[in-house]
Design a binder for this molecule. Sequence first.
Ligand code: TMP
Length: 199
Amino acid sequence: MFISFEGTEGVGKTTLIHRIYADLMAQGKEVILTREPGGTPMAEQIRALLLSVSHDEAMCHDTELLLMYAARAQHLAQVILPALSAGKTVLCDRFTDASFAYQCAGRGVSEDKLNLLNKSFVAHMPDLTFWLDAPIELGMTRARERGALDRFEQEKMTFFEKVRTGYATLWQRYPDRIKRLDATLLPDQVFDQAFQYLK
Ligand code: TMP
């Protein structure tokens, strides 16, 4: 199984992933926990470039999209595909849906470009995706409490509203794969919702 976790900032993805990871491990399953952008040393370097706020120039939207896919290609080849081939369960903090939500819906990059990249470089889509959904303000308050904001977290609320709408579009488009979780609930309740789908 390949399971991805999506949502805007501060919705509790990390907490949920760790709960599910612990739960599956306790069941004796072989599970790996990974994230995007990142998941390999090289892809983590690309992540640092993507999230850094200390560039002297603005990152153009196409560069951002291509860096996401450079990191993803490396991550797929080095981590995700080998793990799936070995019969392991892969829990991935964000995957291609984030590129649709952030780069297409958020930044306004054309869906044609994304489709081309997905067709060319993504051989395997998640079997199941959890979309943790909560009002933007709630998540941003949590993100601010975590400390310094990265390049994405520094975006305006209107950007995140577009990202959230992007996720809603995907959820309506792929109801079998994408399951919406109410991320305004307590962590235990969010886990219970996810657990029902996992069963
Ligand atoms: P994180 O906050 O979940 O660690 O993710 C890092 C940031 O990268 C987050 O603000 C969303 C963004 N992102 C994209 O814009 N496109 C993508 O394809 C991915 C995977 C992440």
